[in-house]
Design a binder for this molecule. Sequence first.
Ligand code: PMT
Length: 401
Amino acid sequence: MKELNGKHILLGVTGGIAAYKSADLVRRLRDAGAEVRVVLSSAAARFVTPLTFRALSGHPVPTELFEPEAGSAMGHIELARWADAILIAPATAHTIARLAHGLADDLLATICLASSAPLALAPAMNRQMWCNEATRSNIELLRERGVHLLGPIEGNQACGENGPGRMLEPEQLVRRLTGLFIPPYLAGVRVMVTAGPTLEDIDPVRYLGNRSSGKMGYAVATAAQQAGAEVVLISGVSSLPWPDRMECIDVRSAIEMHEAVMQRVPRCDIFIAAAAVADYRPQQQSKQKIKKDLSHLKLELVRNPDILADVCALTNGPFCVGFAAETERVAEYAQAKLDGKRADMIAVNRVGLPGSGFESDENMLEILWPGGGTTLPRSTKPEIARQLVELIGQRYKQTRK
Ligand code: PMT
């Protein structure tokens, strides 16, 4: 199963320079399991060709209300009924104004009026146009009507200016769109997630680290946010962009992660420890670069605090979920961790196999809780995270009854 498996996404592309990114968006939506149909506005067709989108989506791409492509296999009413969600990316200021005022003067606007599917807009325009009062009030009107605004973000713009109005990247749009299909079953719940590796400095140049990329933890944080939770993500060093709409705190070492977690844990209902925390750190950190003139170098290591165990030990602490990375005797070690740390749930990855655990885009998990357990078969990390968070939500509600 993938995040958007079987979902019918109607992608409207309107006339902005960001339209070139929509080609990649089609590919990513399909990779996430969606069936995609694309409608181009006539202005968009001047930036990108229908042929590109036809090849990428595998379906005809209509541009006009009265044209054979629109009226043959699927008229505007049929397309409006077919869609589980409509995403317009990029949505220009002109398109936003027309949608706000209910115009039905082209195929895409007509489909939007004729559809009861959720409508999401990914605005993209010059920063002055985005800040203009007319656009502000159009956006407000659409928001009040329940239209979902995905972005824009601040950044460099095609016109050479810098500011708000830049379209979200295709990957972020897929993530945000996925969120529209998830009921907010964690609304009002505060979730803290740790992710990524901790790095333990030896000297100003070297450190002890591990192979965690942060992908699993970031996917868990995103899935919890999509389920309506208020999320804090505490991350070790990772090259991933911060997920949207959550508080993100970066740390380097286990000591820093421990401090960040313990400071915030009184305000959290669920704690999910997906980080690969170093069990040991060098007893002393050299202030200067250690020279290589010795034939042997002994590094004295001391134990790091166990963050998960410390949170599990709190009186009236949160619902605690640990991860375990094991290469052998997986079930036995996982049970020992569940019991030893007194966690409410443990998610075990078998590491050292291709397609699961560290760095991989996919994973599979054995989940254990006191008196029960289940298996999440191999899938993408976002999908595994979605299923895991759903399970956590169910167990959390049962234990807090
Ligand atoms: O980041 P990715 O590349 O996507 O990879 C994901 C992952 C494999 C890192 C992740 O899914 C995972 O398994 N994380 C936990 C890895 C780990 O450190 O396991 P452990 O068996 O050493 O620790 C058990 C649990 O105790 C974990 O929840 C860990 O966060 C926590 N712990 C461990 C040591 C410590 N000092 N403090 C802790 O809180």
